[in-house]
Write a protein that binds this ligand. Structure first.
Ligand code: ZN
Length: 323
């Protein structure tokens, strides 16, 4: 079988960062990320890149009132022990429309993305739900995903692919996805660093080093179907420019290309992902790097027949060929 390049984006505006930093400190990344999206779409069209935009459910709403019509009842919202993670409290603080609250709503942008060939609107849960957080339950998760399906469906999008926030997957939870009719999810990178290293500072250091040098090998794989849902594990996150190690940026891109080459030659799947806000500052430089990657994909397409597919198209291909 020919190799597959899957691209997915976690489209979350500020919803994924509520507990990480203050909105004032991150607003330029989120707004810059919004501005980068039309530019990115142009590159996707130019180089034939198909991608899944895993979108937070709240973002489909024109504003707060419309989002609220889809909220699960209070007992079915995530009862996290850590209240900083709760997104529902934010609705009192944010503006009422996409124009007033561009860090929280994006129906216009979603329409713009969906118009571009090869772009799939997927799900990043309804409320940016954390499946491994203490306090929440699988019933709450099911209510959240059902709400995501509903709000998207009312706007004409049928969600079948999912990226779970912070890649927090659990078997019981992917079972819920399957019951709700989802056909693919992106699991967390499945390498020895993630499996064996439990000491977080060391884990982070090794993961950082792996961005530049091949500590974990090439990341290409043959996808597996788990029950009724395909596990489309992420192979690599495209990391934004990291200033202290900026002199290694060339290594970062070279590493990604080598991984792509390996997948193309061996007929494997390579799944590259990032967030729009990752390229929200220093956007020109990031788009240049991405263009370099996409143009390399075109070479691999010509030489080895590699295909760029979104998650939904990848499922169709694997179902057809039995992976
Ligand atoms: Zn996220």
């Amino acid at each position: 079988m020919n190799g597959t390049l899957i691209v997915s984006l976690d489209f979350e505006l500020f919803w994924g960062m509520l507990d990480c930093c203050a909105l004032e400190d991150y607003r330029d990344h989120v707004l810059g990320g919004r501005q980068a999206i039309p530019e990115l779409l142009k590159l996707f069209e130019q180089y034939g890149i198909h991608a899944t935009w895993a979108t937070v459910g709240f973002q489909f709403a024109e504003g707060s009132r419309e989002a609220a019509a889809y909220f699960p009842e209070s007992s079915l919202r995530p009862s996290y022990g850590d209240k900083a993670l709760d997104p529902y409290g934010w609705f009192e603080k944010i503006g009422a429309t996409e124009a007033e609250a561009p860090c929280f709503f994006a129906p216009g942008l979603i329409r713009q993305i969906a118009r571009v060939p090869g772009q799939e609107i997927g799900s990043h849960t309804f409320c940016h739900y954390y499946c491994r957080e203490k306090g929440q339950t699988v019933e709450q998760f099911a209510a959240d995903m059902a709400a995501a399906k509903r709000i998207a469906s009312d706007r004409g999008y049928e969600l079948t692919s999912v990226v779970l926030p912070r890649n927090q997957c659990k078997k019981e939870y992917t079972g819920v996805l399957e019951q709700l009719g989802f056909t693919a999810y992106r699991d967390e990178e499945n390498d020895w660093i993630h499996k064996r290293i439990k000491f977080r500072p060391l884990l982070r250091l090794l993961r950082l080093a792996d961005v530049y040098v091949p500590l974990t090998g090439q990341g290409g794989y043959i996808p597996k179907k788990e029950g009724g849902i395909w596990n489309l594990t992420g192979s690599r996150m495209y990391k934004p420019i990291f200033r202290p190690l900026e002199f290694l940026e060339g290594w970062k891109i070279r590493r990604i290309k080598k991984q792509m080459l390996h997948a193309a030659k061996e007929g494997l799947t390579f799944h590259l992902w990032w967030h729009p806000h990752n390229i929200g500052v220093r956007t020109r430089e990031h788009l240049k790097q991405l263009e370099d990657i996409f143009s390399y994909y075109q070479q691999l397409q010509k030489t080895y027949g590699m295909e760029s597919l979104n998650m939904k198209e990848a499922v169709e291909k694997y179902t057809r060929t039995g992976a």
